[in-house]
Each structure stands twice: as structure tokens, then as C-alpha cells.
Design a binder for this molecule. Structure first.
Ligand code: ZN
Length: 55
């Protein structure tokens, strides 16, 4: 049985090339603000800021 909860899946979109490179989950009840992380983009071949977008 899957755990009951409010964890929702979202995508991390590269702010440079707009590719959606990563997925993540978060509890939308506890975390209201959007996530933004520096992640490696295979398209740009460098670390770029990735912003949260809905699937
Ligand atoms: Zn990129």
C-alpha cells in the first residue's frame, strides 16, 4: 500500500534551455513556495538554475 499523504511530483526545468531534466516530490501542505536548485544540465553541459514546474 502506498503511503497516504500530500507528496506531489513536479519537474525541474532548466532556466537556460528549458529542458525538464529532473523530477522531484514535495509535500505541498508543508512547502508552499516554489523550489529552485542549481543542477547539472546535460544539454548545456554545465550547472544551471532549475526551477520547479508542474507536470
Ligand atoms: Zn539546460
Amino acid at each position: 500500500m502506498a503511503k497516504k499523504g500530500n507528496r506531489n511530483i513536479f519537474l525541474f526545468q532548466c532556466s537556460v534551455c528549458k529542458n525538464k531534466n529532473y523530477t522531484g516530490t514535495k509535500n505541498t501542505v508543508n512547502i508552499k513556495e516554489k523550489l529552485a536548485l542549481n543542477k547539472f544540465c546535460s544539454h548545456d553541459r554545465k550547472t544551471t538554475p532549475h526551477n520547479e514546474v508542474k507536470i
